[in-house]
Design a protein. Sequence first.
Length: 311
Amino acid sequence: MGKRVVCEWITLRDGARLYTEVHEPEDGAADGPAVVLLHGWTLDHRLWRRQVHDLPPHTRILAVDLRGHGRSSCTGRTDATLTQLADDLHDVLRAKLGDAPAVLVGHSLGGMALLEYAFRHSADFTRRTTGVVLVSTSAEGSTRTSYGLHPHLARVMRTVETQCAGLLARSGTWRPHRLLMPLLSPGVRWLVFGQHADLSWLALTSSMIGSVPLCAIGGFRPSVELHHRVDILAAFRAMPVAVLVGSRDRLTPPACAETIVAHLPDAVSTVCAGAGHMLPIERPDEVTLAIAGVLSKSGLRRVQAGTVDGA
């Protein structure tokens, strides 16, 4: 069975336009909840190209370029926040899925936006969401970010990064780093990949980073620093959840996943040995299997709930 792709920009209440791609069976007969894919900071929907290709053909998939990323509108000085991303997600889900159920999948910043959505739009989250997959993300912001350094050096690095981010946030839509990505590639490789990094992975990652304006690169950093949504994890306990992290993730290390799993004891936890932060690219099969597993469980859960309701 083939799939058709519907590409569309959704205009939000403040005039921002978010780029979306819906992948669905050609006959329109999608089976089960839709899968919603939310990429990480400085990335875009291309992060998920293997998952889009490898998930079962009857699955409806919605991939979104977050505000300030990919083909979506640039951010200003006040809307580069997780609060805004949560509100954007709420509006996009209503526009693209109506009242249909969904499995939400978030990588890094996308996972934090997912948690913020569950906090700010709790009723909609509970009604719509049938499962969650959290990939290389944190419920504690960047407090555990180590950059692979000694804890004391990591704290200094976070301070320097936050200060530099303030300057970038005021740099507008300028993208000078696009031309510099070949020179920056060794740093990108060390920071976001694990033991192995295929050249095609690095090329794709550099392309995504190069397309993000400086204002978005810097603008989201304060919101990430302040992010703390551990308490909202309680809302996930009634649904299937998968949590994945790379053993060599320098941005959201295994300790971030351990905190999440400690609050979700029934979650399926996967630590990908030797992998870094870019699991959808580095370990696509593991990520796809995790999504498919949550899809299967969420479908069974809906059938059981319907049986109970109809009894």
